[in-house]
Design a protein around this ligand. Sequence first.
Ligand code: 9MR
Length: 355
Amino acid sequence: MFPSLAIVLTLGVAGLLGARALTRDDDPGVNVERHEPRPVPAVTKPGGAPSGAGRPVLGAAVEWALLREPGSYQRLFLQHYSSLTPENAMKMDALAPTPDGFDFRSADALVRWALDHRIAVHGHTLVWHRQVPAWVTERDWTRGELRAYLKRYITAVVRHFRGRVRSWDVVNEPLTARGSLRRSIWERVLGPGYVADALRWAHAADPEARLYVNEFDLERFGPKSAAMYRLLRALRRRQVPLDGIGLQAHLTPQWRPTGRELRAIMRRYAGLGLQVDISELDVAVGPGDAALVEQASIYRTVAAACRRLPQCGRFTTWGFTDASTWLGSAQRPLPFSSTGVPKPAWLAIADELGP
Ligand code: 9MR
């Protein structure tokens, strides 16, 4: 459907974009001016489609401090994306900065903005070993105390966003590279049962929310993806409420699956009756045009695997412009350049996930 990426690069990405005049569905509820100098290929996916039905929803992690400002970041996001994951605004250090209660102000503003613009919000993340506030990590908890606190935290947060945040990363990164349970504060103090407990508490707080375990480095065969399969299977057998697994997919040219490998892994998880979403995709590359071609082929592999699996309902990248990424702009890991120009990676996504 698209000219080859080599030609794209030869002629310059920007010059070719007029070849495909598509934008995200015009939606009267989306109040943005069309700013782009020329049409950009788009995935054309209105928000709110139930996962598993048709094409995956296209999402990106966003920084609320940038998104809230009218400007190019906001416009680019609204033009192309139907789902967002708050990159930091819903982590425990943001929502429970002190022992005295919750601070929902930023997260509420973000959710209000998203829903006003018909963008679905994927909650991230309830239980993780990082971004836990110091008042939690520094305190000497008994098991009973910390278990009661985590239950209170999950219950309050999920209830607060009930009906607005329809899916959650309940447990993030529970495994080590070798496939054992990570020795986080949760595992050390609460024991391995914390994973099932967290899922049950979240389900009790909002029975409609779709609940996920989210993890990195599952995209290739190895001890970690095998251990995740066993963990998910055990949770399913015990009828713990669980709807899906998020494959983070922080990839590089050195750490990348083949299409066959990724499809096999995703099908295996789907065989457990789970959604298998791409939750944090980015592809760090060095400088040079050749790197962008290789990057696009990795994006294409992941997008094609997601497109071909009915249970892959969400294709989310961890950011969308190289101007804002946890990896630093020099790694150029995202589909749009620092100045908002679509890269070959975007063309590959649009080609695989577009109409
Ligand atoms: O992108 C996030 C970055 O801004 C934070 O500083 C960092 C703190 O740990 O977390 C990053 O997001 C991570 C995500 O929450 C979980 N998976 C790995 C992501 C990249 O580190």
